[in-house]
Design a protein around this ligand. Structure first.
Ligand code: CTP
Length: 408
């Protein structure tokens, strides 16, 4: 199963240089399992040919409401009835204005107007010059489209084809793909503010050396993405990892456990859920040297002594908001053996309502994992799956528990 398996997307292209990105977007959606039906305006066909889009989508491309290929001559009805969503990418300023006004003088706008509002969502990826984007007419149209129930997927910023720099580029195809995937995920955490720690920490010995661990951060980043997809506001505090920030997530990079605690304490005051996936180093060198420790040729090795790091999860969970579960805390446990017993003991020791156990050596750096959820009611097994699938399931479990708690 890929993320868009079974989804039928009508991809509408309007006139703009960003049409070149629509070709890649079409492929990306298909790669995720969607079927894609392309509809183009006359202006779009000035930028990219229907032949290209037909070859990529493996379906005839439609551009005119007078196309005789539809036996009933009602392309606008046929195309909109079979869609799970209509995605206009790129959506020009002119096309936004047409949508707002309810114009229907070309196949794409006609189809948007004719779509069943309650069944076929309209997703819009604007693309235009920065002055056109900033113009009050465009901003007004965008606000009206949102009020009319469309989803505006946002814009990119940077160099524009016209030579200017600013807001108004179409988002990259991978960003739009991820936004479409997110759109179809259940919105179980709307209104929640989720704070997540992820990755390893790095504890300096001197300016060039340090102690860290093999955590890749993948599970924490997957949790951040899944929480965002579920509609939460998400803040991610990440140790040193080289992973891309999930769409719509605010990220703060830290190195050591002490840095991580400081950022967590700042951000946790407004959070409603805290998820500690980070593999925080238990100890740090007691005195990190200011300068690189040099060999003196005598064969003598440096003596390292350690102090214990703060336990970030325990500190947060035992704060007044954590204790009263105004802040719902979720811990992870990376174990090498006796997963159930260790996870149960760790849940009590940390004072968290939910603890998620996994076998560390079997998951560090991997794209998949298997989880064991331990809470006051018992134990739930989550069989091996991709980290993103597990993260989505885990977010659903967390949301169920929060709803149960709120009903009490
Ligand atoms: N954790 C934390 N701060 C620490 C250590 C751990 O926030 N200094 C959090 C982790 O993010 C995880 C949970 O506590 O959610 C358990 O981490 P783990 O390393 O499995 O447990 P430890 O408390 O370090 O216990 P041990 O290493 O003895 O198993």
């Amino acid at each position: 199963m890929t993320d868009l398996t079974g989804k039928h997307i009508v991809l509408g292209l309007t006139g703009g240089i960003a049409c070149y990105k629509a070709a890649e977007l079409c492929r990306a959606l298909i790669k995720e399992g969607a079927t894609v039906q392309v509809v183009m305006t006359e202006a779009a066909a000035q930028f990219i040919t229907p032949v290209t889009m037909q070859a990529l989508s493996n379906r005839p491309v439609y551009g005119s409401q007078w196309d005789v290929r539809a036996p009933n001559n009602m392309l606008h009805i046929n195309l909109s009835r079979e869609a799970d969503a209509i995605l206009i990418a790129p959506c020009s300023a002119d096309f936004m204005a047409k949508l707002v006004q309810g114009h229907a003088d070309d196949l794409l706008s006609l189809m948007c107007l004719a779509r069943p509002l309650d069944k076929v969502p309209l997703l819009i990826a604007p693309a235009m010059n920065r002055e056109m984007w900033a113009h009050p007419a465009t901003q007004r149209n965008m606000a009206q489209l949102a009020l009319d129930g469309s989803t505006i997927l946002g814009i990119g910023r940077g160099d524009q084809a016209c030579g200017e720099t600013g807001d108004g580029r179409m988002l990259a195809s991978a960003e739009l793909r991820d936004d479409v995937i997110a759109f179809f995920q259940p919105k179980t955490l709307v209104g929640e503010r989720v704070l997540i720690t992820a990755g390893p920490t790095y504890e300096a010995i001197d300016p060039v050396r340090g102690i860290t661990n093999l955590s890749s951060g993948k599970m924490g980043f997957a949790m951040a993405r899944a929480a965002r997809e579920a509609g939460a506001e998400v803040t991610l505090v990440a140790g040193p990892v080289s992973l891309a920030t999930p769409r719509g997530v605010s990220r703060f990079d830290v190195k050591s456990a002490v840095d991580m605690l400081q950022v967590v304490q700042e951000k946790v005051t407004t959070a409603t859920i805290f998820i500690a996936t980070a593999a925080v180093a238990d100890w740090r060198p007691a005195n990190a040297a200011d300068q690189k420790i040099k060999k003196d040729g005598s064969g003598k090795t440096p003596e390292l002594s350690f102090v214990e790091n703060p336990d970030i999860l325990a500190i947060v969970a035992q704060s007044p908001r954590g204790q009263h579960q105004a802040l719902y805390c979720v811990g992870f446990a990376a174990e090498s053996h006796d997963l159930l017993a260790n996870a149960q003991a760790k849940r009590l020791r940390k004072g968290v309502p939910l603890l998620v156990g996994n076998i560390g050596p079997a998951t560090f750096g991997q794209d998949d994992n298997a989880l064991l959820l331990v809470d006051a009611l018992g134990v739930t097994d989550m069989a091996r799956d991709s980290k993103l699938s597990l993260a989505r399931k885990l977010i659903a479990e967390i949301s169920t528990r929060i709803k149960m708690k709120n009903q009490k």
